[in-house]
Design a protein around this ligand. Structure first.
Ligand SMILES: N[C@@H](CCC(=O)N[C@@H](CS)C(=O)NCC(=O)O)C(=O)O
Length: 230
């Protein structure tokens, strides 16, 4: 059975949703990133960047175990393993991959910074708040314009591009966004939110997650612990 080392955050949700959509059996192993579990040597062996999610599939492509980190790579792997949510035709496949990379390189990192400076930073740095709130609005605009022309982000079919992007947009309020300002995006968002597999996926490990308010969690995620490893 696939083991998923994860936590109930947007990057974790992507993999939980994909596994639920594919109906693959899996075991979700909590990595409490506020408590510092991501620095445990066993976890670092499969995820050297000390971030969730990571998976171990005992039944890899050659029948041997495979471990993977980076949510985008994991989604591509699971799509290849199951033949689901990534079109077979080259043109359609690259269209999906382009929107997946847009999520991985743009949506995730930028919205993550919006969460940080709007919610977690100890000082209210107006320049950073404006920079990442404006960037969030710009990205929502890009997605809204895409969805004015295409039913799904990656094209005609629901795909790993949608699965990767949706979990980040669930926190729109924390990003200073009014969802109604993006009507095509909102219609897409509501369609995805109504999917039973998505509803199950976003609940995985959710009962364990705590708000990042205590000093220990803030230190682990944003302080010395994050930077002292050689
Ligand atoms: N590009 C990575 C980002 C993963 C990531 O940022 N994970 C966060 C939680 S959403 C994490 O594990 N943070 C722990 C840390 O930075 O120590 C991916 O998509 O897998």
């Amino acid at each position: 059975m696939i083991r998923v080392y994860s936590w109930a955050t947007p990057n974790g949700h992507k993999v939980h949703v994909m596994l639920e959509e594919c109906g693959l059996p899996y075991e979700a192993i909590p990595v409490d990133i506020g408590a510092g579990d991501q620095f445990q040597p066993d976890f670092l062996r499969i995820s050297p960047n000390n971030k969730i999610p990571a998976i171990v599939d005992p039944d890899g492509p050659d029948g041997k175990p495979i471990s993977l980190f980076e949510s985008g790579a994991i989604l591509v792997y699971l799509a290849g393993k199951t033949g689901r949510f990534l079109p077979k035709g080259d043109r359609e496949k690259y269209e999906v991959l382009q929107w997946l990379m847009f999520q991985m390189g743009g949506v995730g990192p930028m919205l993550g910074q919006a969460h940080h400076f709007r919610g977690y930073a100890p000082e209210k740095l107006q320049y950073a708040i404006d920079r990442y709130s404006n960037e969030a609005k710009r990205l929502y605009g890009v997605i809204d314009r895409r969805l004015a022309q295409s039913e799904w982000l990656g094209g005609k079919e629901y795909s790993i591009a949608d699965i990767a992007t949706f979990p980040w947009l669930r926190s729109w309020e924390r990003q200073g966004i009014v969802l109604e300002d993006y009507p095509h995006l909102k219609a897409w968002f509501d369609r995805i939110a109504a999917r039973p597999a998505v509803q199950r996926g976003v609940q995985v490990l959710a009962g364990l997650r705590k708000p990042i308010t205590d000093e220990k969690a803030r230190e682990v995620l944003f302080g010395k612990t994050q930077y002292e490893r050689r």
